[in-house]
Write a protein that binds this ligand. Structure first.
Ligand SMILES: [Mg+2]
Length: 132
């Protein structure tokens, strides 16, 4: 069985703020590599930072990555104002649910944007977070 997101986005820039508002989404979570930054680059582009900053005016934002490299996660964190969390062990849902809990937002009012069906999308589906 193929695990599919609710919406197929070509890129994060296709995220429709109004649609998410209509779905009562309050927080948007992102995978890191190949979702909000080029794989293994460790650098957000200025375009992505500007986009995420704009998005954060309407939603709480966090990056939730399976990357275990502390230095890499620290480097990513140093470039942005929202949480960048590593070692998430997706599709395990514990870290994702912990972030929802910390933000005081129910999972069903969160969306998760990621590139990998078996980690990102499956994790979102298991946590009842909207997978994009
Ligand atoms: Mg990825």
């Amino acid at each position: 069985m193929r695990i599919k997101p609710d919406i197929n986005l070509k890129s994060i820039y296709d995220i429709n703020t109004l649609f998410l508002k209509c779905c009562e989404i309050e927080a948007v979570f992102f995978d890191l590599d190949s979702t909000v930054m080029k794989s293994k680059s460790g650098e957000f582009s200025q375009k992505t930072i500007d986009f995420l900053n704009q998005l954060s005016e309407n939603f709480k934002i966090a990056v939730i990555s399976n990357n275990k490299n502390e230095e890499y996660i620290r480097k990513a964190q140093s470039q942005v104002n929202f949480p960048v969390i590593g070692c998430a062990k997706k599709p395990d849902i514990k870290v994702l649910l912990g972030v929802c809990d910390d933000m005081g937002i129910k999972p069903q009012n969160c969306a998760f944007v990621g590139d990998r069906p078996l980690t990102d999308i499956l994790c979102a589906k298991r946590a009842v977070v909207k997978p994009l």
